[in-house]
Design a protein around this ligand. Structure first.
Ligand SMILES: Cc1cc2nc3c(=O)[nH]c(=O)nc-3n(C[C@H](O)[C@H](O)[C@H](O)COP(=O)(O)O)c2cc1C
Length: 212
């Protein structure tokens, strides 16, 4: 791996567990890969514009090469986010679980980078929509923190987890299917519960920094 795009989604800064855990991976990885680049994209404490009517009209304009200038302007920030994503090998997303899903800033980022003609294609096969992912050769690491416990695979609350499964689906749709999720759970339980879970997550992240 030669470079990382780190997307940070918590509205919290220094108090954020998902940010702190992501740093465990990022600093270990950076120490092992000093020549590599690390780019950060803030989506939790900076406004990522939500999709609006102008964006939809421009993004799905039938002749992309003939888009009027005003439409190009409507897509300029999205174009920038897409080329930022395409310019990196490993995507690291740090995010809390918010109301069983992801924070709205991260959803807005997803909506900006899932782009017809750039990250996926759409065709009709006998009138039936077919989708083709356009992003190749990338991996993703999702580092997440949750207040509750048991949202992981096989856990009691797995069916209520619409956070990392949403990211897996959306990233998979554009072609990023090699995805690893590392979660710390139980921040809202007694301190010891979260300490154990976070320590396990840290060990896993340190191992991944050696593998990636
Ligand atoms: C608005 C909001 C919604 C939350 N929703 C959930 C939830 O649905 N499930 C859960 O387990 N924890 C939930 N939590 C708790 C956070 O996931 C938990 O505090 C997490 O550690 C925060 O990560 P951060 O420190 O990186 O911000 C929520 C917290 C906030 C502020």
């Amino acid at each position: 791996m030669s470079n990382i795009l780190a997307v940070h989604a918590s509205p919290r800064g220094d108090r954020s567990h998902s940010r702190r855990l992501a740093e465990v991976f990022l600093s270990a990885w950076k120490a092992r890969n000093p020549q590599s680049t690390l780019t950060r994209r803030e989506v939790g404490r900076a406004l990522i514009p939500p999709v609006n009517e102008a964006f939809v009209a421009a993004a799905f304009y039938p002749e992309p090469d003939a888009r009027p200038l005003s439409m190009r302007a409507d897509l300029a920030f999205s174009d920038q986010l897409v080329s930022e994503l395409l310019g990196h090998d490993l995507l690291v997303i740090s995010t809390p679980m918010h109301n069983f899903s992801i924070p709205s800033g991260l959803k807005a980022w997803i909506d900006q980078i899932v782009r017809l003609g750039l990250t996926f294609n759409h065709t009709l096969d006998n009138g039936v929509a077919q989708y083709e992912p356009l992003v190749k050769g990338k991996k993703a690491l999702i580092v997440t923190s949750r207040g509750g416990f048991g949202f992981g695979p096989g856990g009691e609350l797995e069916a209520m987890n619409h956070a990392d499964p949403l990211l897996r689906t959306a990233l998979g749709f554009i072609g990023i299917t090699d995805i690893t999720v590392v979660a710390a759970e139980g921040e809202e339980s007694e301190a010891r519960t979260f300490q154990i879970s976070a320590a396990e997550a840290e060990q896993r992240l340190l191992a991944l920094a050696r593998e990636f």
